[in-house]
Design a protein around this ligand. Sequence first.
Ligand SMILES: [Zn+2]
Length: 435
Amino acid sequence: MKGRGWLSFLLGLIMSDFVVTAKIQINPPLEDRNDLNESMDQYRLACNYISDYCFEHKCLKRETIHNDLYPILRTLFGLKSQMACSAIITVIAKYKSILEQQHQWIKANFKKPQLDLVWNRDYSLVQGVFSVNTLSGRLKCPFHSKGMEQYFNKDKYKFGTAKLVKDRNNKYYLHIPVTSEVDDCEVSEICNVVGIDRGINFLSVSYDSKGKSTFFDGGKIKHKRAHYKELRTELQKKKTPSSRRRLKKIGNRENRWMNDVNHCVSKALVTNNPSKTLFVLEDLTGIRGATEKVKRKERYVSVSWSYYDLEQKLKYKAQRNSCLVINVDPRYTSQCCPKCGHIEKSNRDKKLHYFCCKNCGYRSNDDRIGAMNLYLLGLEYIKQQTENAESISPCIGVQSITPKCNGSSSEKKNKKGRKSKKTVCTTDQLQAHRL
Ligand SMILES: [Zn+2]
């Protein structure tokens, strides 16, 4: 790993680790299940024991916990040496995440049988056989890796400490964090910019360096969400146990479906563009605040749009494909003319989803205008970053920049409009720089 890092350094490449979780089903023969269950149960009980100690002493120091509890974990719960260490690490990690999210001590409780397994020491997966350390010795059983075959390429992927769990239907799964190295995308390497406007009528509209616009229709989704909403309201009124059950079921189904939609859209965006693409999204951090002003009836549709989810999925897939995602300040992206830079609220007709520039007469769909302006902000971002070459940082994350067409006061408007005329059309600049 270190050696490869040095090699990358010498070659001038910057790599970073990319982790995915591979889920593999384990099929232990009936006679071995007791051993497996016993290990998972004892491990869970040990975790709760450690949790009690941490909570009582408000202590997360690994060394202290180890010194105080290790012998007990070995004798009382029968844990093997490595398992005892893994249990301590698991409990500390759980408390750290609780403290980070809740900002206070809340007792961690381990309810489900589980077992943390260190790769090559506690478990291995070789030629269809899962070999695992249990309290009663080593156990070997078959596993299914359908859909996960690619991760078994050892030159490319590295297995980490896995978690063995059992679900409600008594099926056993191994969750393995799989690490691979991806080539980072530097701003100076970017060869394509894509502005993505997220909306309601169109789930997303994108505009790229070739001047191509892509629309993902949101109409059907809007309709389907409204249908779910209606169903939910009806069921909420009934307040019977069966209606509550159905309500939960519908909620899960809706989430799964939306998850799938976002997965497809983000996948299409990444696969339809080359690696070293810069994706530019609006910074929607304040969207919930903004929708407070929306009429109550429309609020559901506005607030519950899973923009955030789409963004996360896009960031994840983009990183894997050596692309960058940035968030930019969304001010004026719907009012500014991408051709002449003129900003006026009435350029856009929200009801007709139509944009017509009051200065130069440029017309288009209003969501497409948003995507075009985001695209221009992406070009501006590259310009800024490459001008200050020393301060370039790969930023797969939140970055806010002020729009180029930023005219906040009305007296500046005309001046700004004229000024922008010369500078806004930076497609040529991008071509000169990179294409
Ligand atoms: Zn114009």
